[in-house]
Design a protein around this ligand. Structure first.
Ligand SMILES: [Zn+2]
Length: 171
């Protein structure tokens, strides 16, 4: 694997152990916050047509005339996180919209009913923001404190057991 992992401060909520990963070959990078769900990535553009035509579906990266990869930044605001703890690992999911109280009740009931889940180690956070558009660009307004609606939040020294899982939803 040509990737390096590290921790960085989350630009949205300030958590000091957001998970950072850098692919040293493609110079792609990811930052994912296990507390508020902020997510940002620098991705190398892939030629989808060439990839689809390749029997092994290898990624063919788009390049500039001088042979450099072309990167694009993608950033998603954190609306909160659901962390589901199992005996040997944990799975982190980001909310893509502010979760409603009904959705949270549903999730909590689901966690309680699942015998594989270690309920006491799960957590849910929410971050109250309104998303709106100015001249077509996404803006956020009304960011308040991060709220914990279930469980104990990780301390700064805690880490998500398998950071790759945090990125899974966005691939
Ligand atoms: Zn954060």
């Amino acid at each position: 694997m040509s990737s390096v992992q590290d921790i960085e401060e989350c630009p949205q909520c300030g958590f000091t152990e957001a998970i950072y990963e850098l692919n040293t070959r493609t110079l792609e990078e990811w930052l994912s916050c296990p507390l508020c769900g902020y997510w940002s990535a620098l991705r190398a553009l892939v030629d989808r047509k060439r990839q689809a035509a390749d029997p092994q579906r290898r990624p063919f990266y788009k390049k500039t005339a001088s042979g450099h990869l072309i990167h694009r930044r993608i950033t998603r605001a954190g609306f909160g996180v659901l962390y589901v703890a199992y005996a040997r690992m944990g799975v982190q999911r980001r909310f893509t919209h502010p979760p409603t109280p009904e959705l949270i009740s549903e999730i909590v009931a689901g966690l309680k009913a699942d015998p594989e889940v270690i309920f006491d180690h799960c957590y849910i956070t929410t971050w109250d923001v309104d998303e709106f558009r100015v001249n077509g660009a996404k803006e956020l307004r009304g960011a308040k404190e991060l709220r914990s609606v279930l469980g104990e939040l990780p301390e700064a020294e805690c880490t998500v057991e398998d950071p790759a899982l945090a990125f899974e939803l966005e691939q």
